[in-house]
Write a protein that binds this ligand. Structure first.
Ligand code: PLP
Length: 425
């Protein structure tokens, strides 16, 4: 088969010949008995090492700048010094930014449960009083979807373009369906495509007519996770929402999970004063204050906004070659056959790969049988349902570079076999 001819352009005989070659390559791959894993959006061990000083910090210190004893209860809003560092990156005023426990996912989950039970500021009744829905830009983050699925919130997929969710679709859905009370947004380096929302799109999202209890779950998990020198202009979503007359619409989330230790980090939530007062009231019955010693550790490690940026550059140095390997291997192995389209993110943790329609699930299955674990096909869609069966999320951060290359190469072998099978079926 000529490498210049896309699989979709081959006649049946040539396709059969290609399929036989891919099958032989796959059999050789399977015989290697690999055991590799491309599923995990986790930092690698050498990234975790960048924050090992945390294991020794804060030493004998236990007071904040104001002299408060952080060993004790209290300080429900979190350590002011740490909130100041992340206020800068998130463009949320420190007074409206809380530093909490270990996982932002917990905060998102709790906000949703609180909204179901009590309703949110401006809402007439709890979300739980009726059937409610969330808009879900796709491909997206499966754990966002899982929260909604767990609590019976309907998920409505919306196409995610390179500059953010497709606004005409969002507008039409909001006009037609008054059950919509929320929307998942990963505005910078979206999981998994790496899309960065433009200012125009953000302006639309905060301005479009919607119910008073409609909330944007603004998960800025990757706002400081750059992979190149090309940096998106920071967008002040709270400021734009206030300007548009909808100050309570965005709820901003973030964490240090992929800055320091995912297992021992700090989560943040920001919003309008009304939203923050509501959150603090809800949290007051949950906890007498977060782990402020861990927050102090983080202040000592990161120091200030510049320290945070410098720390993230060390992550970039480790991650950049891994993302380059993804582009290079897909370019060499898939592109000659027209075997897929993939994103080249400027930051974040993932690459989104679209293989030929109908081949993703089979490709993942073939890869698994050859010892290469890949995120299940469909995981990036609500209910695990990718209507085209095309999208595969690639997580290149965790494996060592040599293992990553072997796994990606093997995955391409599985994809080409799956695609040729699909076209012959
Ligand atoms: N939000 C997004 C978009 C993510 O990709 C992830 C992890 O992959 C998380 C949140 C999890 O954040 P945390 O560790 O703070 O719960």
């Amino acid at each position: 088969v000529s490498p210049a001819v896309p699989l979709t352009d081959l006649d049946t005989d040539s396709l059969r010949a290609a399929n036989a070659r891919f099958q032989a390559a796959y059999d050789a791959l399977a015989a290697q008995g690999l055991k590799l894993d491309l599923t995990r959006g986790k930092p690698s061990a050498d990234q975790l090492d960048l924050s090992n000083e945390l294991l020794r910090l804060p030493g004998d210190e236990y007071r904040d700048a104001a002299g408060t004893d952080l060993r004790n209860y209290g300080g429900a809003l979190g350590l002011p010094e740490l909130r100041a560092i992340f206020a800068d990156a998130l463009l949320v005023p420190p007074a409206q930014l809380l530093a909490l426990g270990n996982a932002s996912l917990t905060v998102m989950h709790d906000v949703i449960v609180q909204a179901i039970l009590h309703g949110v500021p401006g809402g007439e009744r709890p979300w739980g009083a009726r059937t409610v829905s969330f808009l879900a830009p796709v491909p997206g983050y499966d754990r966002h979807f899982s929260i909604c699925e767990r609590y019976g919130i309907r998920l409505i997929p919306v196409p995610l373009n390179d500059d953010g969710p497709d606004i005409p679709t969002v507008r039409a859905l909001l006009e037609a369906d008054d059950s919509i009370v929320g929307m998942w947004c990963v505005p910078v380096y979206s999981n998994p495509s790496g899309a960065v929302y433009s200012k125009e799109v953000v302006r639309e999202l905060v301005s479009l007519p919607a119910a008073p209890d409609f909330r944007l779950f603004w998960d800025n998990a990757y706002v400081v996770h750059h992979l190149t020198d090309e940096r998106p202009t920071p967008i002040d979503v709270l400021g734009l929402a206030a300007e548009a007359g909808n100050p309570d619409r965005p709820l901003v989330f973030a964490s240090t999970s992929k800055v320091t230790f995912p297992g021992a980090g700090v989560a943040f939530v920001g919003g309008s004063q009304a939203n923050i007062d509501w959150l603090v009231r809800n949290m007051a019955v949950q906890s007498i204050g977060p782990d402020k010693i861990n927050q102090l550790r983080h202040v000592r490690l990161l120091q200030d906004a510049d320290g945070l940026a410098a720390h993230m550059e060390k992550h970039r140095a480790i991650l950049e070659p891994k993302f380059q390997a993804v582009s290079e291997i897909f370019e060499n192995r898939l592109a000659p056959h027209g075997g897929g389209r993939w994103t080249a993110p400027l930051g974040g943790y993932f690459v989104s790969l679209d293989v030929l329609d109908g081949a993703a699930e089979r490709a993942v299955q073939l890869a698994a049988a050859a010892g290469i674990a890949v995120t299940p096909a469909g995981a990036t869609f609500p209910y695990g349902d990718d209507p085209r069966d095309a999208n595969i999320r690639i997580a290149p951060t965790f494996p060592r570079l040599d293992e990553l290359r072997t796994a990606l190469d093997g995955l391409c072998t599985a994809i080409l076999l799956a695609e040729s099978e699909t076209l012959l079926a």
